[in-house]
Design a protein around this ligand. Structure first.
Ligand SMILES: Nc1ncnc2c1ncn2[C@@H]1O[C@H](COP(=O)(O)OP(=O)(O)O)[C@@H](O)[C@H]1O
Ligand SMILES: [Mg+2]
Length: 227
């Protein structure tokens, strides 16, 4: 589902966010991307979502070489990926239903299908009674569930989750993980960035550790200079 070859990213301000990242995540796997703040987790996820271009290297997602200079299928890419991020704000003057439906409207989904899919996902995240309510009337935890519903309403093949449990208490963390595990059991590939050690200890999935923009589990061959 995901392949990265020698991916590096330097921002225009000269900050090096990623250095020579190689990784491969097969379809259906659940993988944690761990690392302290500033280690490059969000940059890596944004590259996979096509929000950021790597400075060098290749990225292939679901058979699409998204780093190809003439790659034009960004809409297709967005359609197969659900991105859960606290950086994406809800529209506070709209209802729960409208916020979730918007994710389908922007990819040109027909109205009948929108109705069906929004109904289903709201049921799944336990907000079926709240569709008509404004975002402002929801608790922080309920708002988080709207963010999840919006990311997952299109039944993505791949879920990218950027510190999705960061602001949640223990009970809500478990709810969030329950939802993601549901999707995982249905075959969805999941890449979850986190610095939450509890999460990493609790779930038996592969961990890709990042630090300073490098993978810490792969020793790169380095030419040792002597003298
Ligand atoms: N848009 C940006 N412009 C410039 N520097 C950035 C930008 N986004 C992130 N950085 C820098 O890149 C490095 C990696 O950041 P980030 O990918 O957000 O890591 P993490 O998500 O692990 O905290 C940090 O030094 C950060 O300051
Ligand atoms: Mg981050």
């Amino acid at each position: 589902m995901i392949q990265m070859f020698h991916v590096s990213k330097t921002y225009p301000n000269k900050i090096v966010a990623l250095t020579n990242i190689n990784l491969e995540i097969p379809s259906g796997e659940f993988v944690f991307l761990s690392g302290p703040s500033g280690s490059g987790k969000s940059t890596l996820l944004r590259i996979l979502f096509g929000m950021e271009r790597p400075t060098s290297g290749e990225v292939i997602i679901h058979g699409m070489r998204i780093t190809h200079p003439r790659f034009k299928k960004i809409h297709h890419l967005r359609r197969i990926i659900g991105f859960i991020s606290q950086d994406f704000k809800l529209l506070r003057d709209r209802t729960v239903w409208e916020n979730v439906a918007l994710a389908l409207e922007v990819v040109g989904c027909p109205p009948q299908e929108i109705k069906k899919k929004v109904g289903e996902i709201l049921l799944r995240v336990g907000l079926q009674e709240r569709g008509r309510d404004s975002i402002l009337s929801l608790s922080a935890g309920e708002q988080q569930r709207v963010i999840i519903a919006r990311a997952l309403v299109n039944q993505p093949l791949l879920i990218l989750a950027d510190e999705p449990t960061g602001i949640l208490d223990t009970r809500m963390k478990e709810e969030m993980m329950g939802l993601l595990l549901d999707f995982h059991q249905n075959g969805t590939t999941i890449l979850l960035a986190t610095q939450d050690r509890e999460l990493l200890q609790k779930f038996p999935y592969r961990v890709i550790p990042l630090q300073g923009g490098r993978r810490m589990d792969i020793i790169e061959e380095e030419v040792q200079e002597e003298g």
